[in-house]
Each structure stands twice: as C-alpha cells, then as structure tokens.
Ligand binder design. Structure first.
Ligand SMILES: Nc1ncnc2c1ncn2[C@@H]1O[C@H](COP(=O)(O)OP(=O)(O)OP(=O)(O)O)[C@@H](O)[C@H]1O
Ligand SMILES: [Mg+2]
Length: 212
C-alpha cells in the first residue's frame, strides 16, 4: 500500500503552481518534500492528502484511483486513515487540548474533557503534560503543532501529512517531533512532510525536490 502520484499539476488563475510532479510514498517510510519557498510543497501535500483537487494527473491511494473518490469516500479516508499536522490546521480553538487530540467528549454534565491513559502518555511524549484541559486557543504556535502530532499518534493514522511540522519549535522540540514522525513511520505509517528543516529532511527515507 502506498501513495502513487503521477503527472500532478495545479494551475491557479492561469498560473502553473505544480507542473507534472510524480512520486511514490510507501507505508513505513518518511518522505520529505523540499524546495524553495513558493515551489509548491504545501500545494503538493494538499493534493496528496486529497484536500486540493489537482488540475491534472493521477493519485492512487491504496491501489485506488483517489482522484475519482466522492466526498463520502474522501471523508472516510480523512476520518479513519489520515492525520494532518498543519499549524493551526483543524484545531478547534475553544475546545480543550484533550478534545482536540481524542475528538471524544468527556462528561457533559461537569464539562470535563475525556482523558484516558493513552492520552496522558501521548501528552507526555509531546511535552504537553498537564495541558489536557487548556483551550487550544491559549497555546503557542509550537504547542499547537504538537497537539497536531499528538492527534496523529492517538489516532494511529496510516497516512500522516505534515506541513512544516518543526517550523515553530526550538531545537529540543524539533528533535522530539522528528523522532516521533520517524517512530510513526517505524510503526508502518506513510509519513509525508513538507519542510525547510534540513535536519528533518535528512531523517527522511526519500526526498522529493521541487524546483522553484
Ligand atoms: N489558493 C491559491 N491562490 C493563489 N496562489 C496560490 C494558492 N495556493 C498556492 N498558491 C501559489 O502557489 C505557489 C506555491 O505555494 P505553496 O504554498 O505550495 O509553496 P511552498 O513551497 O509550500 O512555500 P513555503 O515554503 O513558503 O511554504 C506560490 O506561489 C503561491 O502563491
Ligand atoms: Mg508551504
């Protein structure tokens, strides 16, 4: 199982943003999309995660023509198989860190978030111990990014799409996150990362270089 894309192109307002990109990303591997700012890393990642419909080309996911999937099939993929680690992406600002990671409600009566042992363990791993009840809106950029990682880990996603996952982090946290993404690949996930971070890219099994 893998992601296989061929000849992906994206044009926006008659401007060519991606031109004929092809890549294969396998389960158990970490692939990095690298290239200068504006070269189309985020755009390519969005296409591979089915968030953006390419103007041309093909995407095969799990040996199926994913470009032909209807909204319901895509939703199933996002819900069951994929996790997105984008800064601010998909975090519900007014909800707790715990809810944002587990997407499970706690006691409705006492307004308490749902917290289980796995969540506690994962919060510890991403350096957010004790923050389960905080609202996502009060977190720093780097902390939000770590909530995104925690959600991917909690969900045991098969496909992890990460856009600059180390961008707002200090050196220690950068290393932690790089290690976590590597571990996720080690557990069999297909990890795709758009990044400027050379250290993170150097940890990848494959580099896909986008020209400017
Ligand atoms: N919705 C959009 N409307 C207009 N232009 C867009 C849109 N999305 C992307 N672009 C353009 O496509 C090009 C590639 O953008 P993209 O965000 O993919 O680059 P990137 O490689 O991720 O850059 P960075 O390293 O700065 O994050 C840019 O020139 C950008 O302005
Ligand atoms: Mg980008």
């Amino acid at each position: 199982m893998s992601i296989e894309a061929s000849g992906l192109s994206v044009s926006i307002d008659k401007r060519t943003v991606l031109s004929g990109e092809s890549l294969t990303a396998s389960m158990g591997e970490m692939s990095a999309l690298v290239g200068p700012s504006g070269s189309g890393k985020t755009t390519l990642l969005n296409c591979l995660g089915l968030l953006l419909k390419p103007t041309g080309g093909q995407i095969y996911l799990e040996d199926q023509d994913a470009a032909a999937w209807n909204d319901r099939r895509k939703l199933k993929f996002w819900q069951k198989r994929a996790a997105f680690i984008y800064q601010d992406y998909g975090l519900i600002a007014e909800e707790s860190v715990a809810y944002n990671i587990t997407l499970k409600a706690g006691s409705l009566f006492r307004n308490r978030p749902y917290i289980d042992d796995r969540l506690t363990e994962i919060l510890d791993v991403v350096g957010l111990s004790g923050r389960a009840k905080d609202a996502a809106s009060v977190l720093s950029g780097g902390e939000k990014q770590r909530v995104g990682i925690a959600r991917a880990l909690y969900k045991e996603a098969s496909y992890i799409f990460a856009d600059e996952p180390t961008a707002s982090l200090d050196a220690d946290n950068r290393e932690t996150i790089t290690g976590l993404l590597r571990q996720a690949a080690g557990r069999g996930a297909c990890v795709l990362i758009a990044t400027h971070d050379e250290r993170l890219a150097s940890e990848a099994d494959h580099l896909h270089i986008l020209a400017s």
